[in-house]
Structure formats: structure tokens, C-alpha cells
Design a protein around this ligand. Structure first.
Ligand code: AMP
Length: 112
């Protein structure tokens, strides 16, 4: 298994876990870009948003069920942002689908 996030899910690489269920693993980003920066990953490997299909979309649905629970626990009542980077132009650096949950301050409107 060469995928970094598969290794994190398997516990082979340490992470600061925030949430886990049958489908989803969530942990703090190692290089936070906001006061709260959590990554949500599906427990089944898929490379990116571009690999989501009718066969695996339940994992994505479960991530989006988990996000509001975690957001409430982390006191993000004032709002937050969810982002996924996809492929080369999306600047995706880890090739295992993940969603960034960012919050804890007013985030910039711009993309850059
Ligand atoms: P992306 O650029 O969208 O592929 O995001 C990958 C994210 O994974 C970046 O925000 C990294 O800081 C984060 N990251 C990389 N390695 C680790 C790790 N071992 N534990 C937690 N987060 C990580």
C-alpha cells in the first residue's frame, strides 16, 4: 500500500483523529491553513473527485453527513468552507480523495 492516506486510515502513519465511522476517517491537517483545518477521507481508496461514481458515492455522502457533526463539535457555528482539490490543475498533492474543512475565522473570498 503506497497511498499516504490509506496508511493513515490503517494507523500505519500517526494522525490526530477527529472523527471515524465505517466509511469516513477525519483528522487534523498537518499544515493548517485556518484555525480549524480537518481532512475527511473515504475509507475506500479513490484517487480524487474525478473517480466518484454510482459504485462509491456512498462514501462521499457519508463524508458530507459527518462534516456538520464535526463542525458542531469544533464550534464552527458561524460557518466554514469545504474544499476538494482535484488533479494537476486543482493542485491536488495527495492522490486519495479528501475534503478540507476550514474555519475558525472569516476566510478570504478569493480562490488564490
Ligand atoms: P491537497 O493539496 O488538496 O492534496 O491536500 C493535501 C493535504 O494533506 C495538505 O493540506 C497537507 O498539509 C495534508 N497532509 C499531508 N500529509 C499529511 C499528514 N501526514 N497528516 C495530515 N495531513 C497531511
Amino acid at each position: 500500500m503506497s497511498c499516504l492516506f490509506c496508511k493513515i486510515i490503517a494507523g500505519e502513519i500517526p494522525s490526530k483523529k477527529v472523527y471515524e465511522d465505517e466509511y469516513v476517517y477525519a483528522f487534523y491537517d498537518i499544515a493548517p491553513m485556518a484555525p480549524v483545518h480537518v481532512l475527511f477521507v473515504p475509507k475506500q481508496h479513490m484517487d480524487s473527485a474525478d473517480a466518484v461514481s454510482a459504485e462509491n458515492s456512498l462514501y462521499v455522502a457519508k463524508i458530507f453527513e459527518a462534516i456538520p457533526k464535526v463542525a458542531a463539535e469544533l464550534e464552527l457555528a458561524n460557518g466554514y468552507r469545504v474544499i476538494t482539490n482535484c488533479g494537476e490543475d486543482g493542485c491536488q498533492s495527495v492522490k486519495h480523495l479528501h475534503f478540507h474543512l476550514l474555519g475558525g475565522k472569516k476566510l478570504p473570498e478569493t480562490l488564490a
